[in-house]
Design a protein around this ligand. Structure first.
Ligand code: HPA
Length: 238
C-alpha cells in the first residue's frame, strides 16, 4: 500500500513520531523553524509532510486537514503503512469551559464525539477514545519543565462547525467537564487504539464559545509556537 493514495513517501522516509497540525502550512512552519536536515516527503493534495531532526531526535511533521474523515485517512496510513508509532496532533480549539481563556493550552486525555466514526467497530456500547498515557505523561513533563500553564482533561471532537442547533448544544458538554471543542482527536485516538499505536492531542484555545473572545493571528502564531516547543521537547523522552 506504499505509496498510498494520499502520501507519496517511501518506507523509511517518515519518522516513528509524527507531529500533526491541521494546516499543512503549519507543518512547513514547524519544519522551517524548529527542525534541521529537513526533507519534504509529501506534497499530494498539498498536504505537506516533512522529516527532520529536533535536538538530534528524528521527527516528522504532517498536515492532517480538517475534520475526522481527513485526520482519519492520514493517521490510518501513517500507523498502518508507514510504521509510525506516535502521532501528536497539535491544533486549536474553541473553549466550552468558562475556566479557559484564549491562548490556554489543553492536553486531551479523552475525546468525546458526536461523529459516527466509532460505528465502524460495531460495538454494543460506547468506546471511550483516550490518549496514550506515555505521550500524555511526556507532554505534561515537558510543559512543567517549561513552566507553562496547562489543562489536562476531556475534549469534544465534533463533525459540525456551523451547527443548526447553535452553540448552546455544544456548551452542554461542559456540564460533564468537557473543556473545549475541536474536530479531529476522537478519530485519531480510535485509529491509534485499533492499530495498537500511540496518540495525543495538544490544543491551544483560539476562541471561546463562552466569552466569544478570539485570538488575533499574531496571538495564534505565538501560542502555537509555545505549544510546538512543548510538543517537540516531549518527544525527546520517547
Ligand atoms: N469548533 C470546532 N473546532 C474549532 C473551534 C470551534 O469553535 N475553534 C477552533 N477549532
Amino acid at each position: 500500500m506504499i505509496p498510498t493514495p494520499h502520501i507519496e513517501a517511501k518506507l523509511g522516509e517518515i519518522a516513528e513520531t509524527v507531529l500533526m497540525p491541521g494546516d499543512p502550512l503549519r507543518a512547513k512552519f514547524i519544519a522551517d523553524n524548529f527542525l534541521t536536515d529537513v526533507k519534504q516527503y509529501n506534497s499530494v493534495r498539498n498536504m505537506l509532510g516533512f522529516t527532520g531532526n529536533y535536538k538530534g531526535k528524528r521527527v516528522s511533521v504532517q498536515g492532517s486537514g480538517m475534520g475526522m474523515p481527513s485526520i482519519g485517512i492520514y493517521s490510518y496510513e501513517l500507523y498502518n503503512f508507514y510504521d509510525v508509532k506516535n502521532i501528536i496532533r497539535v491544533g486549536t480549539a474553541g473553549a466550552i469551559s468558562p475556566d479557559l481563556k484564549i491562548r490556554d493550552l489543553v492536553i486531551g486525555m479523552g475525546a468525546c464525539s458526536d461523529s459516527a466514526y466509532a460505528k465502524q467497530f460495531d460495538f454494543s456500547g460506547t468506546f471511550a477514545p483516550i490518549a496514550s498515557y506515555e505521550l500524555l505523561e511526556s507532554a505534561v513533563n515537558a510543559a512543567r519543565a517549561k513552566g507553562a500553564k496547562f489543562n489536562v482533561g476531556n475534549i469534544l471532537s465534533s463533525d459540525i462547525f456551523y451547527g443548526d442547533k447553535g452553540i448552546e448544544d455544544t456548551l452542554k458538554w461542559s456540564t460533564l467537564g468537557v473543556l473545549c471543542v475541536e474536530m479531529e482527536a476522537a478519530a485519531l485516538y480510535m485509529n491509534a487504539a485499533k492499530a495498537k499505536k500511540n496518540a495525543l492531542c495538544m490544543l491551544t484555545i483560539s476562541d471561546s464559545l463562552v466569552t466569544h473572545e478570539k485570538t488575533s493571528s499574531d496571538e495564534r502564531q505565538s501560542s502555537f509556537t509555545d505549544m510546538m516547543e512543548i510538543a517537540l521537547e516531549s518527544i525527546l523522552a520517547l
